[in-house]
Design a protein. Sequence first.
Length: 296
Amino acid sequence: MSAAGAPAHDQTRLADQLEAIVMKKIANDQLVIPALPSVAARCLSLLKSPDFSIREVSNILESDPMLAAKLLKLANSAAFGGRNSVTSITNAVTRVGAQHLKNLLIEGSARKLFESGDRHIAEANGKLWTHSVAVAVVARDLTAICGGGEPDAAYLSGLLHDVGKPVVAAMLLDVERAMQDMRKRTNWINGDEWIEVIQRTHRKIAVSLAEKWQLPDTVMRTIRDCEEYDNADRLSASNIVRFSNALVKQEGIYVGAVAKDDNDALVMIGKSLLGLDDDAVKRGAAGLAAVRKQHP
C-alpha cells in the first residue's frame, strides 16, 4: 500500500482516481454492499415478531459456535449476572432478551466487516475497530450520565458510525489487485492517502449498508447525520456519538489525520450542548482505559 519515493503528484492523482471509482459505483448503484451473515439475518428476521420462538432462535444460534459462545459470555456477565450460571443457549436467549440479542447479532456482523486476509488492511481495520469501540463505550456511558436515551442504543450507534470504512478498504484492495499488472508503471498510494480516500467516501457507503441491513432508526440517523450537531434535539444519540467521536480523537484513538483546532472546537461545543462539566466528561471517558487494554 505504500510506495517509497513515489512522486507526490502521481500518488495524489491515483487517490483521486480511486475516489472517483468509489463514488461512481455509489451513484450508479453498482456498489456491492456486504449482506448480513446468514445466522444473524435469520435470527433478526425471527426477532421482528414479539411472539418469536425462543427454541427456534436458539437452534439457529447453536449452528454458529462463535456466536453461541459470545451469547453465553454476555448472559453470564455482570450486567445479567444471576446467582446461577447459564449453560444453555435457550436460557441465555431468555436471560438477555430480544433487544440485547439483536445488538449482539449486529455487533458480531459488523465486527466481521473489519476483518481482512490482507495483513496491511487487517492492521488498519483493527485500529478502525478500536476507535469504533472507544466511541461506542464513551457514547454509552455519556448517555447514562446525560439521561438522554437508551445507553445500549448509543453504544450500537457509536460502534457503527464508521462502518463504511472497512467496506471502502475492501473495495480499494480489490482495485489494487485489479491493477496488479500495472504496478510496474503505477506508484501505488501511500497509507495516509489510502486512509484519506476512505475518509472522503465512507459515509454514503455506511448509509447504504445500514439500509440494506435494516439497522435501527437511531443507528441510521447517527450514521447519516454524524457530521453536524442537532440543536433541536440536544441529547440525541447522534449528538452524543459526535461528541464521543471528537473526545476519542482528542485521546489519540484514531486512524488518520485530525484537524486539532476543529476537533477541539467540537469537544467544546459538545460539552455545552450536552450540559457536561469537566467531571462528567472525565467519568464518561473512564472506559477508555479498558478499551486501550483490550485493544492495544
